[in-house]
Write a protein that binds this ligand. Structure first.
Ligand SMILES: [Zn+2]
Length: 231
């Protein structure tokens, strides 16, 4: 809907005295709305200022409302000062609880550490015990083969001494040692008829008193050759 705006110029009219901008629908007569006046109006621009004033009023009202809210909030804040104190107390009790929890945690961690330590110590002890047992077992098992080896190992052949296990009084060992006392044929079955010097030795496999295969060393521990005869 369109409107025209005008002010009454009738000095005897109240609306003229107040300089009121009248809003008249464009389809209606453009006359003063004061029933006691009814005189033609002088057209004027739409009351922007009035609108602004309204806006301003609205703003002021808003500010007042906001101020009221602010005041309420502030006064509420004032009230909540009392409420803050218990809140602080709550925080205090919370922090106390936190400290207590932390202490409990520390105590638990300490006891846990103690348990872990003792477990670790127990594990260490078990390991040491195991190692000791192993060593003991090795110490017990080690002399066992050495003992029969030593007891049954040496056989003087006259020209040489055999060191190793014997079977029916004859060298029978996969890792025996034949040390020559004088120059002698290494083995009667050797097709190459190799002769060892005094001090030479042969380490190898012996069966039924004969060398099967082995390494021939000089007295200075240098290899003189490898001997493969077979059984
Ligand atoms: Zn009028």
């Amino acid at each position: 809907m369109r409107y025209r705006y005008g002010i009454c110029l009738n000095d005897n009219c109240e609306k003229c005295k107040t300089k009121e901008v009248q809003e008249i629908p464009s389809r209606k007569d453009f006359v003063c709305q004061n029933p006691e006046c009814g005189k033609p109006l002088r057209e004027c621009p739409p009351p922007k200022k009035g609108g602004n004033k309204k806006l301003l009023l609205a703003l002021i009202a808003a500010i007042i409302v906001l101020g009221g809210i602010a005041a309420l909030v502030f006064s509420g804040g004032g009230k909540s000062k009392g409420a803050v104190e218990p809140a602080v107390a709550v925080v205090d009790s919370d922090s106390i609880r936190a400290v207590r929890l932390a202490e409990e945690n520390r105590r638990l961690q300490d006891s846990l550490q103690a348990v872990t330590d003792s477990l670790a110590r127990a594990a260490d002890e078990a390991l040491i015990a195991e190692e000791q047992a192993k060593e003991k077992a090795q110490a017990q098992s080690a002399p066992k083969p050495a003992a029969p080896r030593a007891s049954s190992g040496n056989k003087d052949l006259g020209y040489a001494v055999f060191k190793g296990t014997l079977k029916n009084g004859q060298p029978e060992d996969v890792n025996g040692r034949l040390v020559f006392k004088s120059s002698h044929l290494i083995d009667s079955r050797d097709p190459k008829s190799r002769v060892a010097d005094a001090g030479d030795y042969v380490i190898g496999e012996f069966s039924e008193g004969h060398l099967v295969q082995g390494i021939w060393y000089g007295a200075d521990n240098t290899v003189k050759g490898s001997i493969i005869i077979g059984k």
